[in-house]
Write a protein that binds this ligand. Sequence first.
Ligand code: GAR
Length: 207
Amino acid sequence: MSSGPARKRTAILISGRGSNMVSLVEAAKPADFPAEITLVLSNAPEAGGLARAAEAGIATAAVDHRPFRGDREAFERAMDEVLRINQIELVVLAGFMRVLTPWFVTRWQGRLINIHPSLLPLFRGTHTHRQALEAGVAEHGCSVHFVVPELDAGPVIAQAKVPVLPGDDEDKLAARVLEQEHKLYPLALAEVASGRAVLAGDSVIRR
Ligand code: GAR
């Protein structure tokens, strides 16, 4: 039996409950999915997502950022070592709530993607659903993008939109967006892992 192209060894970085991580792990189960999730890594040893990953049979690791006392690069060097030991080729941020330094971002350039709960370039940073409600937009959503040194500024690979409805509060809107995140992220990961979406300078090239 001939084997297909090698699947990209992929790590998912999380800080919390890991619902996007679970949807990515599910999507990557078939042997023809171009990414193989081989590690779930967290900066928070108590993150609920670590237990969910372990239940799914994925190797887990935690590099607690707190002992590094604000030395972000030293923290990232420790994470990078774990990624190297696990022979990781692609890094997927899924609710990873530490801002990464240019050192890490440059090292993983083109192999580092993130999901952000807004239609970038709108509403960078935190509390994106609150920002959307306060701005009074009719549409909101989520974006998967390549990570660049500037926060939430990398070229967008894919987006999904949801309506903002009368009576929405942050939680209702967040839940509507999250449902789309769970569909969008596996599609975007497949594009990147298969080489169909490639970072080229400030843009994404399709092949
Ligand atoms: C998701 O909504 C993700 O888009 C967001 O955190 C949530 C994590 O949920 N990420 C960011 O805000 C990154 N700046 P999850 O842990 O259930 O996947």
